[in-house]
Design a protein around this ligand. Structure first.
Ligand code: ARG
Ligand code: ZN
Length: 892
C-alpha cells in the first residue's frame, strides 16, 4: 500500500516463468496466531528463458530459513519478492520455512480463520500470503500437503486430492497427509481445518467409477446441505451427459465458510463456499437462494474441467475459465428447467442480470474487454464483463457452430490442452478447427474482437416491405462507442437470430434472395460489417420482425418497432424471450419518454390492457407473467440515457408501478388468490414461479392500498401481515415482509422486529433482514436514515463481507433513489464506509468503490457531489491498490 498512482501489469508483457516448480511438499503447523509453513519445492530452470534470479512472491510472511539441496543459500527480499541470485542450473530442491498470522488476516485472502476454523482463498494471488512461491497460473505443480493441528479444536483436516494417511501426534495434536495427483497452479490450493461435520454420498458415474461426495459445514447446519448435495450430483450427471466430462477424483469435497469474499472457489477436489451459496432450507432460504445455490455448486464443479484440468496461462485470460464456466452453469440450469417456458425464464433472468451489471460496466470508467489488456490489481477484474459477457461470447460460438459443433469443439479443446495453461485464442482455435467452414471458422479473427474490444455494440435494424415484389429488406447496422483507451472500434461478428411474424402473429417462412426454398421459420443472420442488407423473398404480408431471439448477442438493439408491432410480438412471438422483451420495451418506451420530457408518467390504456392480458392469460406460466409485469431495472433504464437523473428515473418507475397496481387491482387480487397457496415447499420452477407472482401481486396490492388510501386499505395490509406471520417458507415470508416494508406500512416495524427475533441465530437470514431494509423503496429519505441507524445495530459488522454487502452494498449499489441524494449524504456515507472497509478488506472495498463508475453521466447536483466524494477518497494516502485502481480510473 502506498501513495500515488498504481503500477499497471500489461498483457503484452507476458513472459514465461524462468523456473518451473514441478512438485511441492507443504507442511503446516496450524496455529491461529502463528502458523508455521514448510515448503519443499522441486524446481527446474525453464531453459527456454534467459538466465536470471529465482524470484518468488511472498506477502506478509515471516521467513525463517531458505535451503537449496539442504544447504543454506543467500537470498534477498525486495518488497513482496524473495530473490535467490545463485539458483543452480540443474534441478534442485528448495526448502523454505516461514510463518503467517491467520487470525490477523481480515483480508480473507491466503490462510485465515473464521468462526474458529482455518480456511484458505488463493485465487487470484492469495497463495503468496501463505508461503513463497511462483504464484502464477502457468506454474503447475503436484502437491503433497501435511496438516498438523490440535485435535480437539480442529478434528477435521482437509486439503486437495486424496487422503494418504492420518494419525495422532503428541500434545493432543493430530495430522493428515493429502496428495493431489493432478499438477495445478497455486491458486487452486486449499486447506481447511476445524470442527466441521459432513453430509456424505457415494455415487457411481456412467463410466462406472465410485466417488465419495462430502459437504462440510458447522455442526447445526447439516440439514441445510441437502439441496447443495443434490445440486452437486445433478451437476456430475449433466457434465457427463452433455460434455462427456466425468469426475476425475475419488473424493470431491465442498466446505462452507461464513467469512468469504465472493460466492465460492473451485479448489481442486476441495471447493470452498460462502455459506450464502451453500446452505438452504425452506424455512430460511428463498427460491432465489435455492436456484443460486444450484448454479454456484454447478459452476464450481464444472470448473474441475474448465479451469482446473485446463487452466489460464495468465490472469488476462481469466474469461477462458470464467466465461466458459458461467456458460456451462447457465446451460445446466436451463437443462434442469425441463420445459421450454422454464428454459426461457432462465434465459430472461440471465439477460436481466447482464443488463443490470455488465452493460453499465461496459459504458463506465471501468469498461474493459473480456480479455483485459492491463490491470493494477487482478482482483478488480472478477467482473460482470469477464464472467457474464464472457459467457455470452461462448454462447455466440455455440450459436454460430450449433450445439453439436460446440460439443465437438469442446472435445478438441480438451484433446489439445488437457493439463495445460492456455489462452482465449487457444479456445477459439479449437472451436473453429472442429467446425471448418462454419460461420465461425470463416470469420475467426473478426469474431475474436469480442475479446479485445470493450463496450456494448449498438445494432440498428430497419426493415422495408415491398408489397409488389413481396420482398422484405432488412438493414442491420452496428456501431460501438469509444471506451477508455479504445477510440475506434472495428465491426464485430454479431449473430442475429430472427423470425418474421404476420400481423395476426403467424410465423412466416424465411427465404433469402438467392435461395431456392425457404429455410424454416427461424434462422441466424451473421452481421459482420458496419452495415448489411438481407433481402427476404416470397414474403406474403408486411412482417413484424422478431430480432435477436433468445438474446443471441450481447448488444443494445434499436429495432424502431412501433407499439402496435411490439404488441404483436408480446402476444404471438414463438420466442418466449422476445415476448418478454416486448413487455419490457413497452414499459421502457413510456418510462424514457417521461424522464426525457420531464413530465409525469401517465400509462395509457393500450399498455395497461396488454399487461392485463398477460396477467389473465391462461396459457402463460406464472414465472413468465411475473417477469413480464416487473418493470425494467433502474440501472438498465439509466443505460439508455445520456444524462442520468436517478431521482427522475425512480419517480417514473414508481409512478408506473402505482398505476399498474391501481389499474389492474382486480386482476392482482385474482392473481394473488390463485397463486398464494403452493402447498408443500419445493424449489421447482413451477411452484417458485407461482410464489414469485403471488409476491408481486401482494406487493402491488399493498402499494395500491397505501397509494390510493383506499377505504379497505387495512384489508390488504392485514393480509400481508398475516401471510408474513403464517408463511410456511422463507420465500412467502420475505415476500410479505417486503410488501409491508416497501409500502411503508405501519405494520412493517412490528414485522421486522418479529422477523429479527425469530431468526436472530441465523446469520444468513439476518443478512436478508438488513438487505431488505437497505433496498426498500425510498420515501422522503426514510430508507437512508434507517440504514445509517442500522450501522449502529449490534448485529452489524464491517468485517463479515456478507453483512457489509447486506447493508452497505444494498444501499449504494441497489437502491439508487436512496443513495443519490441532492444533499450528497449518500456519497459521504459511501466514502466513509469505503475507507473503513479498505483498512479491513481491500478486495471487498474494491468492489464498493465501483459504485461511482458512472458518475460522469450523472445530472447535477449529483455529478459534482459524486466527484467531491471520489476526490476525498483519492487523497487518502494509504489506499489499497484495489481501491486506488478503481478511483484512478474513475478520475481519469
Ligand atoms: N474462481 C471463483 C469462481 O468464479 C471466483 C474467485 C474470485 N476471486 C477473487 N479474488 N475475486 O468460481
Ligand atoms: Zn468461476
Amino acid at each position: 500500500m502506498r501513495e500515488g498512482t498504481v503500477t499497471l501489469i500489461r498483457r503484452e508483457d507476458y513472459l514465461a516463468p524462468a523456473f518451473w516448480i514441478r512438485s511441492v511438499d507443504l507442511s503446516f503447523d496450524l496455529d491461529p496466531a502463528k502458523t508455521l509453513v514448510t515448503s519443499k519445492m522441486r524446481i527446474e530452470r525453464n531453459t527456454a528463458v534467459a538466465h536470471g534470479p529465482l524470484c518468488l512472491h511472498g506477502e506478509e510472511l515471516n521467513v525463517l530459513r531458505v535451503l537449496i539441496d539442504g544447504e543454506s543459500v543467500s537470498f534477498r527480499q525486495d518488497g513482496d519478492l524473495l530473490l535467490i541470485d545463485k539458483a543452480p542450473d540443474a534441478d534442485f530442491l528448495l526448502e523454505i520455512r516461514n510463518t503467517c498470522a491467520p487470525e490477523k488476516n481480515t483480508a480473507l485472502s491466503g490462510l485465515y480463520t473464521s468462526g474458529g476454523s482455518f480456511f484458505t482463498q488463493c485465487e487470484a494471488e492469495g497463495f503468496r500470503r501463505i508461503t513463497f512461491f511462483l504464484d502464477r497460473p502457468d506454474v503447475m505443480a503436484v502437491y503433497t500437503v501435511t496438516l498438523r493441528a490440535d485435535k480437539a479444536k480442529y478434528p477435521v483436516l482437509l486439503s486437495n486430492g486424496n487422503l494418504l494417511e492420518s494419525g495422532e501426534l503428541d500434545n493432543g495434536r493430530h495430522f493428515a497427509k493429502w496428495h493431489d495427483p493432478f499438477p495445478k497452479p497455486s491458486y487452486l490450493f486449499a486447506l481447511v481445518a476445524g470442527d466441521l461435520v459432513a453430509r456424505e454420498q457415494k455415487v457411481r458415474t456412467r463410466a462406472g467409477r465410485d466417488h465419495l461426495l462430502q459437504v462440510f459445514v458447522r455442526r447445526g447446519d447439516l440439514e441445510k446441505t441437502e439441496h447443495a448435495m443434490n445440486s452437486l450430483i445433478a451437476s456430475m450427471v449433466w457434465d457427463e451427459a452433455r460434455f462427456n466430462l466425468p469426475l476425475d477424483l475419488e473424493r470431491f469435497m465442498v466446505v462452507g465458510v461464513s467469512d468469504f469474499n465472493m460466492g465460492a472457489m473451485e479448489n481442486k477436489g476441495l471447493n470452498i463456499f460462502n455459506t450464502s451459496a451453500l446452505l438452504a432450507s425452506p424455512a430460511t432460504a428463498t427460491d432465489a437462494d435455492f436456484s443460486r445455490i444450484e448454479s454456484i455448486v454447478a459452476h464450481e464443479y464444472f470448473h474441475n474441467w474448465t479451469g482446473n484440468r485446463v487452466t489460464c496461462r495468465d490472469w488476462f485470460q481469466l474469461s477462458l475459465k470464467e466465461g466458459l464456466t458461467v456458460f456451462r452453469d447457465q446451460e445446466f440450469s436451463m437443462d434442469m428447467a425441463a420445459t421450454p417456458s422454464a428454459r426461457a425464464v432462465c434465459r430472461i433472468q440471465d439477460v436481466r442480470q447482464l443488463r443490470a451489471t455488465q452493460f453499465p460496466e461496459d459504458s463506465g470508467a471501468m469498461a474493459h474487454p473480456v480479455r483485459p489488456d492491463s490491470y493494477a490489481e487482478i482482483n478488480n477484474f472478477y467482473t460482470a464483463t469477464v464472467y457474464e459477457k464472457g459467457s455470452e461470447v461462448v454462447r455466440m460460438y455455440q450459436t454460430l457452430v450449433g450445439r453439436a459443433g460446440f460439443e465437438a469443439g469442446m472435445k478438441l479443446y480438451f484433446e489439445r490442452h488437457d493439463g495445460q495453461a492456455v489462452t482465449c485464442d487457444d479456445f477459439a482455435q479449437a472451436i473453429a478447427d472442429a467446425n471448418p467452414g462454419s460461420a465461425l471458422a470463416t470469420r475467426l479473427e473478426a469474431f475474436k474482437r469480442w475479446y479485445s474490444q470493450a463496450g456494448t455494440p449498438r445494432v440498428r435494424a430497419r426493415g422495408v416491405y415491398d408489397e409488389l415484389a413481396r420482398t422484405y429488406t432488412l438493414t442491420l447496422a452496428q456501431s460501438n462507442p469509444a471506451s477508455p483507451g479504445q477510440e475506434h472500434k472495428l465491426p464485430q461478428v454479431i449473430p442475429v437470430a430472427l423470425g418474421l411474424l404476420g400481423a395476426e402473429g403467424q410465423a412466416l417462412p424465411l427465404q433469402l434472395q438467392g435461395e431456392t426454398e425457404a429455410a424454416g421459420l427461424e434462422r441466424v443472420l451473421v452481421l459482420d460489417q458496419a452495415e448489411q442488407r438481407f433481402v427476404f423473398i416470397n414474403v406474403a404480408v408486411a412482417p413484424v420482425p422478431s430480432l435477436l431471439r433468445g438474446f443471441s448477442a450481447p448488444v443494445l438493439l434499436d429495432d424502431g418497432l412501433s407499439d402496435a408491432e411490439l404488441l404483436v410480438l408480446l402476444q404471438h412471438d414463438a420466442d418466449a424471450f422476445n415476448r418478454w422483451e416486448a413487455s419490457q420495451r413497452l414499459a421502457l418506451n413510456r418510462i424514457l419518454a417521461a424522464v426525457r420530457s420531464g413530465q409525469a408518467l401517465q400509462l395509457d390504456t393500450a399498455y395497461l390492457e396488454a399487461m392485463r392480458a398477460v396477467l389473465k392469460h391462461a396459457g402463460l406460466d406464472a414465472a413468465f407473467k411475473e417477469l413480464a409485469l416487473t418493470l425494467p431495472g433502474e440501472a438498465y433504464i439509466a443505460e439508455q440515457l445520456e444524462v442520468v437523473d436517478p431521482q427522475a428515473i425512480h419517480a417514473a418507475v414508481e409512478a408506473a408501478q402505482i398505476q399498474l397496481a391501481a389499474a389492474l387491482r382486480e386482476d392482482w387480487i385474482a392473481t394473488f388468490e390463485a397463486n398464494s397457496h403452493t402447498g408443500a415447499y419445493s424449489p421447482d420452477p413451477v411452484s417458485s414461479g407461482r410464489r414469485a407472482l403471488a409476491n408481486l401481486a401482494l406487493g402491488m396490492l399493498v402499494l395500491d392500498a397505501k397509494a390510493q388510501s383506499r377505504a379497505d386499505a387495512g384489508v390488504w395490509l392485514g393480509r400481508a401481515y398475516q401471510r408474513f406471520k403464517d408463511a410456511g417458507n422463507m420465500t412467502d415470508r420475505l415476500g410479505a415482509l417486503a410488501a409491508l416494508v416497501n409500502g411503508h406500512a405501519e405494520l412493517a416495524e412490528p414485522a421486522l422486529a418479529k422477523f429479527h427475533a425469530q431468526f436472530k441465530g441465523d446469520p444468513l437470514v439476518i443478512d436478508k433482514w438488513f438487505a431488505l431494509q437497505a433496498r426498500a423503496a425510498e420515501q422522503g429519505g426514510r430508507v437512508f436514515a434507517k440504514v445509517r441507524q442500522l450501522l449502529q445495530h449490534p448485529d452489524f459488522s464491517l468485517k463479515n463481507p456478507n453483512r457489509a454487502r447486506s447493508l452497505i452494498f444494498s444501499l449504494c449499489m441497489f437502491n439508487p433513489a436512496a443513495f443519490h441524494r441532492a444533499d450528497a449524504a449518500g456519497y459521504v456515507f459511501w466514502a466513509d464506509q469505503l475507507l473503513a472497509l479498505d483498512a479491513i478488506n481491500p478486495q471487498v472495498a474494491g468492489r464498493l468503490a465501483r459504485v461511482m463508475d458512472r458518475w460522469t453521466t450523472l445530472a447535477e447536483p449529483y455529478r459534482s457531489a459524486a466527484l467531491e466524494a471520489i476526490r476525498r477518497v483519492a487523497t487518502k494516502p494509504d489506499l489499497s491498490n484495489d481501491v486506488r485502481e478503481i478511483i484512478e480510473r474513475a478520475l481519469a
